[in-house]
Design a protein around this ligand. Structure first.
Ligand code: NDP
Length: 479
């Protein structure tokens, strides 16, 4: 055997990851794909990589030095299980199987447990950055055992993206921790994209700007605190002109956003954990709304806004939108990190939040300058309970606040949907409110279901005899 690492699944992600691995000093890469054509194409097109091509799993295992280490990059779900079943047959105790696909973290927990019984290590690793990231350096979020990390760490470190001299990979935690964090990354990505889209919509419909002009604004924003990959590519997309019609490409793209499910997973998981990831949820729902043509067609005749929003000072308006975007983005990340904290507590993962922000600084889709600020916030105060309350972010949000309110209020009056901007502002106001109407909700719950309530002025649990004489009793006396 000559290969120190193997890749199973040679579609876009797998073939690029295999090439990335092969390009690093000291690596020899064994490759296998269910259908031979993909293997043949890869090996023929990239002789410089020195791949060891395997025709079946036995050949693949025989090509690998021990402990054998293989990264699976196949369609998530049943295909991943099918490949694991095959690898377990030909691997031995101490070997390492890595799933680099977009697995649901609960599947990873289940697989890790099952594979561990055989003595083989199983590592679920979230890999972000798409095709280009896989080839040139992705952000990698591996879970799994400490033992597996000893072997795998140096290999993953060699191919990961680099931010300020640091590789974008860290051992996130055991079993499903890596895929959990990758899921949250994707959820934040949904929110980030929706917020940018809302900013674009306002600049276009209220600011009266053309896509190419908005592209210039985004390019300008990309030199400041909003600097990020998503802002950068937004400018590129807005500048693109359709060859067939001569129109801006964005005007000929059907306005129905698709989804592959990781945003929905984030929201479903957050609901189970009881964490309000409202910005991410609104982003997922905004895509669903866009993709409901029957409902949208039926609603075309509904009344619109009563006020038109005319902007006198366009530069001031553009700055308001930028600040609203930044504040909402801070909320989305704050909520995402809350979900990570809750997941870590629920599943017993020792996740270092500052490290997560660090490995998202390059390689992945949400890579952004401001992740440095998140790392600093957690370094300054490891017990930070809400990111938005860290001094830097609290300051940024309070600077943005008047703009944020003007934008959300103006959009509501003008009938322009800003679900993510508006829900983020509501979340902010909810969080900082001294008293919430949750007190009334508790009263209602006690009325119809005897669900009891606590009081602000003394300990204990209470119930009002709503259908009796409406006196209050201690809940202990209830049953
Ligand atoms: P696809 O998700 O399109 O999967 C295609 C690959 O899966 C092919 O190699 C195919 O083999 C293999 N496959 C499918 N079913 C089976 C099976 N039953 N047994 C064995 N192999 C099977 O490939 P991508 O490269 O797009 O993605 C790979 C993984 O990476 C996925 O989990 C994806 O979610 C994840 N990912 C993708 C990103 C992207 O930007 N595309 C970004 C980050 C993660 P065959 O050629 O024989 O059909």
């Amino acid at each position: 055997p000559t290969a120190n690492i193997g890749v199973v699944g040679l579609a876009v992600m797998g073939s690029n990851l295999a090439r990335n691995l092969a390009s690093r000093e000291g690596n020899t890469v064994a490759v296998y794909n269910r259908s031979w054509e993909k293997t043949e194409t890869l090996v023929t097109e990239h002789p410089e990589a020195g791949f060891v091509a395997a025709k079946d799993y036995t050949e693949f295992a025989a090509a690998l030095t021990k402990p054998r280490t293989a990264i699976i990059m196949v369609k998530a779900g049943r295909p991943t299980d099918a490949v694991i079943d095959e690898l377990v047959q030909v691997f031995e105790p101490g070997d390492i199987i890595v799933d680099g696909g977009n697995a649901l973290f609960t599947d990873t927990v289940r697989r890790e447990k099952a594979v561990r019984e055989t003595g083989i290590n199983f590592v679920g690793a979230g890999i972000s950055g798409g095709e280009e990231g896989a080839l040139n350096g992705p952000s990698i979020m591996p879970g799994g055992s400490e033992e597996a990390w000893q072997t795998l760490g140096p290999i993953l470190t060699s191919i990961a993206a680099v931010a300020d001299g640091e590789p974008c990979v860290t051992h996130v935690g055991t079993d499903g921790a890596g895929h959990f964090v990758k899921m949250i990354h994707n959820g934040i990505e949904y929110a980030d994209m929706q917020l940018i889209a809302e900013a674009y919509d306002l600049l276009r419909r209220v600011g009266g700007l053309e896509p190419a002009e908005i592209a210039d604004i985004f390019a300008e924003w990309n030199t400041g605190e909003l600097e990020s990959y998503l802002i950068e590519i937004t400018a590129e997309v807005l500048r693109q002109v359709d060859a067939a019609t001569g129109k801006p490409l964005v005007d000929v793209i059907l306005d129905q956003a698709g989804a592959k499910g990781t945003g929905a997973w984030t929201v479903q998981t957050a609901l189970d954990l009881g964490v309000p990831v409202s910005g991410i949820a609104e982003a997922v729902f905004a895509r669903s709304l866009s993709s409901a043509p029957a409902q949208r067609a039926a609603a075309q005749s509904l009344p619109s806004a009563t006020e038109t929003w005319s902007v006198d000072d366009r530069a001031a308006f553009v700055e308001d939108v930028r600040r609203a975007l930044y504040a909402s983005k801070i909320i989305a990340y704050s909520q995402g990190f809350d979900a990570i904290v809750a997941g870590a507590a629920e599943y017993d993962w020792n996740i270092k939040k500052g490290e997560i922000a660090k490995i998202w600084r390059a390689g992945c889709i949400i890579r952004a300058q401001f992740l440095n600020r998140i790392t600093e916030a957690y370094a300054d105060d490891p017990g930070l309970v809400a990111l938005v309350t860290a001094p830097y972010f609290a300051d940024a949000v309070s600077t943005a606040l008047p703009s944020w309110r003007r934008i959300v209020a103006g959009a509501a009056l003008a009938g322009i949907p800003t679900p993510a901007f508006a829900s983020s502002l509501s979340y902010y106001d909810g969080l900082r409110a001294e008293r919430l109407p949750a007190a009334l909700v508790q009263g209602q719950r006690d009325f119809f279901g005897a669900h009891t309530y606590k009081r602000v002025d003394k300990d204990g649990t209470f119930h009002t005899l709503w259908s009796g004489d409406r006196t209050e009793i201690e809940a202990d006396d209830l049953h």
